[in-house]
Design a protein around this ligand. Sequence first.
Ligand code: UDP
Length: 412
Amino acid sequence: MATLLDQYESIVGADVIDQLRQLARLLVGKNVLHVNSTKAGGGVAELLHRIVPLMRELGIDAHWETISGDAEFFQCTKLMHNSLQGKRMDIPETMLKHYEVINAENFGMLRNSLEEADIVFIHDPQPAALIENLPERKGRWIWRCHIDAGRPYRPVWRYLKRFVQDYDASIWSLSEFAQRLPHPMYLMAPSIDPLSDKNCELSREDLEKTYERFGLDFERPIITQISRFDRFKDPLGVLHTYRLVKEFIPIQLVYAGGGATDDPEGEEVYSQVMTSAGDDPDVHILMLPPDDNLTVNALQRISDIILQKSLREGFGLTVAEALWKAKPVIGGDTGGIRLQVVNHYTGFLVNTPEGAALRIRYLLKRRNNLKEIGERAREYVRENFLITRNVREYLTLMIAIMHEAEDRIELA
Ligand code: UDP
C-alpha cells in the first residue's frame, strides 16, 4: 500500500512533497495536539481526519481530541458562532458560565494530553476557553478560527477575546475575517483533500446509481447546492433561483444538506425549505447523514453547475470541492467564496437570485464556456486549495513558533 505522501505526490507532484519532508525534519517527534468539538460534520473535522495522519507520516507525534458538551453548551456555541458572524444576539450570563464549566470539565478529561503537547491547535470557539485552565503551560497554544469574525456582534467578541488573547498565536482564513489580537496572527486559507471519499474519482457505475437513487433524470441539467440547513447558506434563495431558471430551461434542483452534530437550528430551517419546495418533482431536498461523503461527491459530479448562494460564509469548502470536480460555481459574493470563485474564470459571483439565475442560463446555453471554466477551476484548486498547501503552512508556522528566538532557521 502506497503511503499517503506517495498518493499525494501523484496529484501534486514530487516537488511539493519534498518540500513537506524538508520542513517536517525540524519537527520530528514533536507532540502536536488538535482539539475541536466534533469528529463528524463540517469542514474542520474533515480536514483533521487527514491532516493528523499526514503529520504523523511526516514524523510528527500528532493527535486529535474532541471536547464533548450537552445541548445547552452547543446552543451557546451556536449563538457565539452566529454572533461572531454578525448576528446581534446576547448570550445569557448563565449560558456563558455553563460554557466555561463545560470547558473546565473537558480540560479535566484532556489534561494529560494538553499538558504534554509541544503545540496545541484549538479549533473555533467551542474549546477556546480550555486555555484558562492551564495558566502555566509548557506548550505553545494556537487558536485556529475558521469563522468569519470580521464584523462580530461586539459584546460576544469581547467575551471570547478574554480567552483567545491568551494564546501564543492565532490563524484566520482571510484577513477580512480577523480581529486584532495581541499576538502573532497568521492567514491560511482552508483546503480540501483530493483523496477523501468526498473528492476522489468515482466510477461511471457509481454516478449512474446516484441518478437512480434520487430519481434524477439523466437528460436534463442538474443544479446543486450542498449545504447545511442554515439561513446563512440561503436555501430559500436557492429555491427562488431555481424557479427563475425553470421558466426558461427544464432544470432539476438538488439541495443536499445534513446536520452537523452541533447545529440545533438546522431542523427549523429544513422544514421551511420543505414547505417552500412544495411538491415540485424536480426539486430534490435531501437530508444526508453527516458522513455520506461518497454521495456528496457523486452529486457534485453529476451536476452541471454548483451553486453556493451563501449570504455569509466562512471559507466555503463546498466551493473548492466543486471546482476540483471541474464544475463552474455560482457563489454568493461573500467570505471565502470570493477567494475561490474568480469571476468569469472559475465561475460567477452573484448577489441575488436573479443574478444567479442569469448566470445559470448563460452557462447552460454555452456548453463550451461551461467546460472551459470547469477545467480552469480544477487547475485553480490544484495550485491553491489542496490539503498539501495547508500542511505546508501548518509546518511553517510550527517551525516559526518553536524557533522564534533564532535569527535564522536552517532547513536540512
Ligand atoms: N457537507 C456534507 N453533507 C451535507 C452538507 C455539507 O458532507 O449534507 C459537507 C460539505 O461537502 C463540506 C462541509 O460539509 O465539505 C461544509 O463545509 P463548508 O465550509 O462549505 O460550510 P460549513 O458547513 O462549514 O459552514
